[in-house]
Design a protein around this ligand. Structure first.
Ligand code: SAM
Ligand code: SF4
Ligand code: SF4
Length: 345
């Protein structure tokens, strides 16, 4: 497959290439964001089932041969994984990766930013939903806002450029902070991306009323900072980008009201080696058994190719169509892999 894939991109049934891969290195987290991990207790992936760094590397080798060029490390909270800079160093040394990024809640970033940068990590996305300590504590059930803010500063101090801030906007929680988060981003030289609250994962408290749609996000921005103008050239990126009159650029990920499945080149690997070809998928394809089984590595390459060629996923578009038609939602939480902290956002 390798030679052929290098010449001809592997396309799914909607002609979407396999380009962007998110690798979750743990399902555990040191926060409990109510939109992601609302339950009191979780059944964690057992340690022995979590892929070792060498296994991730072996798997990635095949994904790179199949066309992947952008890799994002995620979780759970990836910085909880011991020696993550070692994984970063191994990945950064691979031929074919054009963009190596990491999404983190930032709590442990101040301690690890320098090592991650030295290991060759390209970019960071840090999640921050509020600048208010009490709100942060209520949302995440931890009193760690100061550590996240220190993490954002540390990222800049060790030389990370192009850092993004992910802000999930939830009605009744933080829509009033849209202008101040934008101002914070401008002051710290980071691009804020407002994300519509998504109905993913098991048992989150999602409801349509709690979604703040893109139009309202833009209207709130406009009333505080002036009318934003669209920035051209989105490509397959999930965020539509906008520019304020003062030049500040920000993004909106309208995953709920204006899904972008038509251009989606993203897929996800869970910490225990299951491949999900859509954020809304409830079943993954098991690579761990192949990695640890007696079969040849060719079986991995074959699974990647055959699954991607058959891929038809348009999960967010279908969910939206169901809602517009007033149809019932499929049962959530049936498979723990469906949860966002397991799949990686
Ligand atoms: N723990 C890391 C973090 O929070 O940045 C990485 C994993 S987290 C699952 C990845 C991203 O998914 C975060 O930016 C988070 O805000 C986002 N996310 C989680 N649940 C979401 C939801 N229901 N709707 C929209 N975004 C969500
Ligand atoms: Fe919050 Fe990320 Fe942890 Fe989910 S995985 S609870 S979004 S910090
Ligand atoms: Fe891609 Fe699925 Fe998200 Fe649509 S819902 S953009 S197909 S991951």
């Amino acid at each position: 497959m390798g030679r052929r894939a290098a010449l001809m991109p592997l396309l799914d049934r909607h002609d979407r290439p396999l380009r962007s891969l998110r690798i979750s290195v743990t399902d555990r987290c040191n926060l409990r964001c109510s939109y992601c991990m609302p339950a009191a207790e979780y059944r964690w992936i057992p340690h022995e089932a979590v892929l070792r760094y060498e296994e991730i590397l072996r798997l990635l080798h095949h994904f790179l041969r199949a066309g992947v060029r952008r890799v994002r490390i995620t979780g759970g909270e990836p910085l909880l994984r011991l020696g993550l800079d070692n994984l970063v160093r191994m990945l950064a040394g691979l031929d074919g990766i054009e963009d190596l990024a990491l999404t983190t809640n930032g709590v442990l970033l101040a301690e690890q930013a320098a090592a991650l940068r030295a290991a060759g990590l390209g970019r960071l996305t840090i999640s921050l939903d509020t600048l208010d300590r009490e709100r942060f504590r209520r949302l995440t059930r931890r009193d760690d806002l100061a550590r996240v803010l220190a993490g954002i500063e540390a990222a800049a101090a060790v030389g990370f450029a192009g850092t993004k801030l992910n802000t999930v906007v939830v009605r009744g929680f933080n829509e009033d902070e849209i202008p101040s988060l934008l101002a914070f981003g401008r002051e710290h030289g980071v691009e804020v991306r407002f994300i519509e609250y998504m109905d993913v994962g098991g048992g989150t408290g999602w409801s349509e009323e709690r979604v703040v749609p893109q139009e309202e996000i833009l209207a709130r921005v406009a009333s505080a900072h002036g009318a934003p103008q669209p920035v051209a050239g989105r490509g397959s990126a999930p965020a539509a980008r906008w520019r304020l009159p003062d030049g500040t650029v920000f993004g909106v990920i309208a995953a709920t009201t204006a899904p972008f499945c038509a251009d989606c080149d993203r897929s996800r690997i869970t910490a225990d080696g299951h491949w999900f070809t859509c954020l809304h998928a409830t079943r993954g394809h098991d690579f761990r058994s192949l990695l640890r089984g007696p079969g040849p590595d060719q079986a991995i390459a074959h699974l990647i190719e055959s699954v991607w060629r058959r891929r038809e996923d348009r999960g967010a578009e279908e969910a939206r169509a169901r809602r517009l038609a007033g149809g019932p939602e499929p049962p959530a939480g049936a498979d723990r892999h469906a949860e966002m902290h397991v799949k990686g956002g």
